[in-house]
Every structure is written in C-alpha cells, then in structure tokens.
Design a binder for this molecule. Structure first.
Ligand code: PRX
Length: 649
C-alpha cells in the first residue's frame, strides 16, 4: 500500500493575468515575484527587516529579526509598536484622514461610514472605556458581537491598550462562550443586545448571560445597543456601551507594546475535544497581514475592498480588520446573510457600493451556483477587478463559474491557502504576476518555505501526493496554544521535527503549483489507494445537475473503505434513480473506476459548521449505520441531520 495520496483529477486550464491588470499591479510579473521570493528565502532576515521598516510604524526598532528556538519563535525581538496606531493614527497625517476606513451596511439596510479620523476617535474613546472599567495590559477580553463597526472598534481598542481579545463568533452558543471564558480566564465581555440574521434577531446578550452563570471572573459586561431587543441587565456587572462613551475623553495614547506581546487568542476546533486557543502576537502578525493584504489583494488607494468573512473567524481578523486598515484601505462590512431578503443581496451590495475586490469562501460560491445565475446576472458587477477565495479547496467548476459569472471573465482569482494558525495567507497567486489554474492555490508567498513530503519527511516528486509542511518560521505564525505548550509542540511540530505540519494533504505539479486536497483526516483509503475526498467531490460538482457534494468513507470488508457521496442537486433538478448511476459513472470517467462512489445519496442540504465547512465526521457516522453519536454543537442547522437520516434508502 502506498503512503502517498494519489491525485487523479488533472486540471489543465491556465489563466494568465491580463496585460491591463498586470500593468497596474503592485507586483506586475512572474519574474518580479520570483526575484522577491528568492530574496525572502535566501536572506530572510534582510527581507523581513526591509519589509518591517517600509510597511510598519515602530516606536522602537528591534534588535534581532528572528529568535528561533524550535518550535518557539520570536520576531522583531526588542521592537516596540502598537497595532491600533499602525491601523489608525499613522493615516491621519495626510489625505487618508478623511477617507472611509469602514463602510458598513446592516442587514435591515442602514448604512454607516467611518472615516479614519472618525474611527480613530471611536477607538480612542472605547479604549478609555476599557481603562475606566479597570482593564489592564495583558487582560483577556471576550468579544461576542454582530458584524458591525463596533466589533472592529472593540478589537482595535483592546490592541491600543495591550489587552488581549478573543472574539467568539456571534453564531456560537453560550456553551462555546463558556469554554472560551474558562480557558482564557477573561475578566470582561463586550457584546450587543442582539444582531440581525435572516431577518431574525440573534439574542447575543442572552447567550452571554447563560454563559456567565457560575462564572466568578467576569467583572463587567459592556453591551452595545444594536437590535433594541429586550435584555436583562445585571446591576453592578452590565453597562451600556453608549452610556460609557459619554464619560470618556477622545484622546488615548497608544501603548508602546513589545513586538511579542499577545494581540489575540482565537479558538479553533481541534480534531478531538477541547478547542485550541491559537495565540497571535503583535509585530510579526501585523507585518504578515499587512504585506499579504497589500500584494495579494493588490490594494490601491481607490479600492473598495470586501471580505465577506465574519469577524469571529481568523479571516475576519486578518482581512476585514487588521490587514486592510494597516494598509489604509477602505474595508466594507455587511452584517447579515447573503440570502436576505433575497438571494441577490451580495450582488446588490457590490453594485450599490461599486466594490472592486471581493473575497469569499468556496462554500458560499457553491450556494450562489445552486441559487442560479439569474441573481448575479440581474446586477451590474463591472466594478469588480479582483476576486478571492479561502477556506477549502475550490472545485475547478466552481472556480470557472466564479470567474465567468461574477468576474465577467476579466477578474483574476486569488485562491488563498492558509489557516487560523498561520495568521496570514501562505500559498496564493499574486494577481498581476502568477498565472492561475482553477483549483490550485499556486505558489508560496514571500518567506514561505512550503513542501509536500512523505511519512519520513522526504519531499515527494511532482504530482505525487503527500503532507503539506512549512520548513521555516514565518512572522505571522502562531506562537503557542494558549496555556498548553505541550499540545502546541505535539500538534504541529512532532510529526516532522523542526518543521510545521499543517494537517493538510497536497501535491505539487510540474510547475511547482500546490494543489491542496484538504485535511489529512479527509483522506480515503480505497483498495490500497489513498484518495482525497475533495477530488471526488470536484468530479461530482462538475456534473451539470450537482450543486454540492460531500464524500466520506464507509468501512468495507473488501476495499477497506467504500466511497459514499452525499449530493445536493441544483434547483429544478429531480433526484431520479437514473441520475445516481449517471453520477457514479461520471466520477469513474473523470477520475477513474477506483473513485466510483459505491453509494450516492441525494440530500436537501449538507451538515456544515458555522464557518461553512462540511462536517464529514457526521456524514461518516450516517454512512456507516445511521447513528450520530459525536458532538454536534458546532453544527449550523440540526434539522439537516434529521433529514439526512430520514432520506434515501
Ligand atoms: O484544510 C485547509 C483549508 O482550511 C484549513 C484551515 O481552516 P481554518 O483554520 O478554519 O482557516 C480558514 C481560513 C484561513 C486548512 O488547513 N483551507 C483554507 N484555505 C484553503 C484551504 N484548502 C484549500 N484551499 C484553500 N485556499
């Protein structure tokens, strides 16, 4: 049995950046990318030192660029800076002062614009509110907010005074808040009365109240009034945001923080049990998100940039707030759901605000495809010049749809591979320089020494699958798992000592392009062949009737694992029995008989986490016998499971 992951789905289409795009791009040619990449690998200290000087404002210059005592890294040792000063104050001395920093639309339709000057004032005031409520440098603060400017204000205010924020996604339950409160030992919570989602009000404050039962550490809850829903107030503990803001001064000096002072903890689910608190620090993280935002989104002064991620995910931290604001860009925020009040809300927003750069997730793109072309086609999307994706492998067919229907065939697509742990984008096209291939995240970003290796850590030849590792530290890397160094070491650095193991499987093609096949745990072993589930899913999605597919293994006496595919169909398509055979044949034709699903099940919807990742673990249990025993607390919609169990055969 081979130890590598076989890759059978070969995609041959190549899209070069158009001359027009390249001419205006910050990095306009493949040669220039290669030259900078070489520099970043040959002389990392020199490269990062130059970038840190050019891209950031320091209170005190560092003494040492990198101190690496594997697996613990310190970047810009001895340097002092402040993230909020970099994102705000330094833009106030020139024409950006009155430029929009944030343009926001609420789900019900209200619009707010905050210029850099206005945002700076709000952040300073709120930083003073935190101080007034006895928050000190190093204290942990939980932020549980809807997608509104105050969420960003709260984050930046923490950064201003050196408090460590931990944002909890507004779609999570009180249980999730409780876990994070306990693990981080937070003393203050920032929340809102409620937030809007698909026309309903999410009772955020109520969830916080639940989570705080039996909590003895939290002294204060600051409540922003967003939805005007009725809430309970605990006297002596809860205070209103707007009231607190009346008492404070609009000046607040940014704290000169150590480059390695913690900026935030963000919890992400591990394969087992307890969520991991990923710790990011100040200087290296800010440099990482600043440089990636600038060159990957090719930010120009007149761009209106929209990353549709929620602030509760790392994408919201790095590419809604810190990266764009550090670059002085205008970041667009939308509060609600893409299908409210109609299925065209996103396209309406792009048309209305003339958004130029749009960054979203493959799961969203597949939903758009399912809803039908008429929704985007009913809007003028000609302002768009660049598109991006993140979160999972994008199926080539979905890529082509995004390129054609949303991008009008003219916008490059940056398929960006990275993780909560990496802090910033690691493998990605640079839109004016690197030709793209649908489904590939292409080449490593500056300073990223990525490789695909076998079990022994040896690099595999082109087009052979293996494990994706990073062979040297990078500035925005996680520093540890909060309070658990042993887990940090074991989880990321023990499979290949000295190297960071991403947990993902990948292959490189003959051009050195990376094709990520997804989490190693998503790999099937069928009759001795290791197959990435995402490849079979891509083959299914390339069939004209299929909207979305999730493939899992079922224990099989003969083959080790049998391939079970859960499929949702495009609107207007009926689940005829013939279709099942057609789809099995289609996969056999696209990939090979080895990948032919043993079982195709039609479903109305697939079980997903709140961040849109398909919960294969649950599907596996259903495929194996129908019972779901594992934890379902991160499942977005429990009804989906019931329907799946009841459906079909
Ligand atoms: O498996 C990879 C997948 O998402 C994982 C990281 O998830 P998370 O920490 O939640 O961060 C998501 C946002 C950065 C990765 O290990 N992934 C992310 N981007 C891609 C991807 N898989 C393929 N292609 C991508 N562009």
């Amino acid at each position: 049995m081979s130890n590598t992951i076989e890759s059978h789905l070969i995609e041959t289409r190549v899209f070069k950046p158009s001359d027009g795009f390249a001419q205006r791009a910050l990095i306009p040619s493949l040669d220039q990318y290669r030259e900078l990449y070489q520099q970043s690998i040959q002389d990392p200290d020199g490269f990062w030192s130059k970038q840190a000087t050019e891209l950031l404002l320091w209170r005190k210059k560092w003494d040492t660029v990198l101190k690496w005592e594997a697996p613990f890294a310190q970047w810009f040792v001895g340097g002092k800076l402040n993230v909020s000063e970099n994102c705000l104050d330094r833009h106030l001395n020139g024409p950006r002062r009155n430029k929009a920093a944030i343009i926001w639309e609420g789900e019900p339709g209200e619009v707010r614009t905050l210029t850099y000057q206005q945002l700076h004032r709000e952040v300073c005031k709120f930083a003073n509110v935190l101080k007034r409520n006895r928050v000190q440098k190093g204290d942990r603060i939980i932020i549980y907010m809807p997608m509104c400017p105050e969420a960003a204000i709260a984050m930046l205010a923490c950064a201003r005074i050196g408090a460590v924020h931990s944002v909890v996604f507004g779609g999570f339950s009180s249980e999730a808040i409780k876990d994070r409160l306990n693990d981080s030992q937070a003393k203050l919570v920032i929340t809102a009365d409620g937030g809007y989602r698909r026309g309903a009000i999410v009772p955020l404050k109520k969830n916080v109240d639940e989570a705080l039962k039996d909590n003895t550490l939290v002294e204060r809850v600051i409540v922003f009034r967003r939805a005007n829903n009725e809430i309970a107030i605990t006297e002596g503990r809860d205070v209103w945001w707007h009231r607190e803001m009346e008492y404070v001064d609009p000046q607040c000096e940014p704290e000169a923080l150590d480059s390695e002072d913690p900026l935030y903890i963000l919890y992400t689910s591990g394969s087992t049990g307890k969520p991991k608190g990923i710790l990011h620090t100040t200087g290296g993280y800010l440099l990482g998100v600043t440089i990636t935002s600038k060159y990957i989104f090719d930010l120009h002064e007149d761009d209106l940039y929209w990353c549709s991620a929620d602030i509760g995910w790392v994408t919201g931290h790095s590419y809604v707030v810190y990266g764009p604001l550090s670059n002085g860009a205008t970041t667009f925020m939308y509060e609600g759901a893409p299908n409210w009040p109609e299925l065209d809300r996103f396209w309406k927003l792009i048309e209305k605000y003339a958004i130029t750069v749009f960054y979203t997730a493959p799961t969203a793109i597949r939903a758009f495809i399912r809803w039908g072309d008429s929704y985007p086609k009913g809007h003028d999307l000609s302002s768009l010049r660049l598109l991006g994706t993140v979160g999972e492998p994008i199926n080539p067919e979905a890529w082509i749809w995004y390129h054609t229907v949303i991008g009008g065939g003219r916008c490059p697509i940056v398929d960006t591979w990275w993780q909560t742990e990496t802090g910033g984008i690691m493998i990605t096209p640079l839109p004016g320089a690197i030709p793209t291939k649908p489904g590939s995240a292409t080449l490593p970003f500056f300073g990223v020494d990525a490789a695909v290796v076998d079990e022994t850590g040896k690099e595999v030849p082109p087009n052979v699958g293996g494990k994706l590792i990073i062979r040297r530290p990078w500035p925005s890397m996680l520093r540890t798992i909060w309070g658990d160094e042993a887990r940090y070491e074991k989880q990321y650095w023990s499979d290949f000592p000295g190297y960071y193991f991403t947990g993902d499987g990948a292959r490189r093609d003959e051009d050195g392009y990376f094709w990520i096949v997804g989490r190693i745990d998503d790999v099937l072993n069928v009759a001795g062949h290791r197959l990435g589930t995402s490849e079979i899913e891509s083959a299914l999605v390339s069939h004209p009737s299929v909207a979305e597919a999730a493939v899992v293994g079922r224990p099989d006496e003969l083959k080790g694992q049998a391939v079970v595919a859960f499929v949702t169909l495009k609107q207007g398509t009926t689940a005829l029995p013939e279709l099942r055979d057609q789809l099995r044949q289609h996969v056999a034709t696209m990939i090979g008989a080895i990948a032919r699903p043993d079982d195709v099940r039609f479903a109305e919807a697939l079980p997903k986490t709140r961040s849109g990742k398909i919960m294969r673990r649950l599907l596996k249990e259903i495929a194996a016998g129908g019972k779901v025993t594992g934890d379902t607390t991160t499942l977005e919609d429990l009804n989906v499971l019931a329907a799946l169990r009841g459906s079909d055969e």
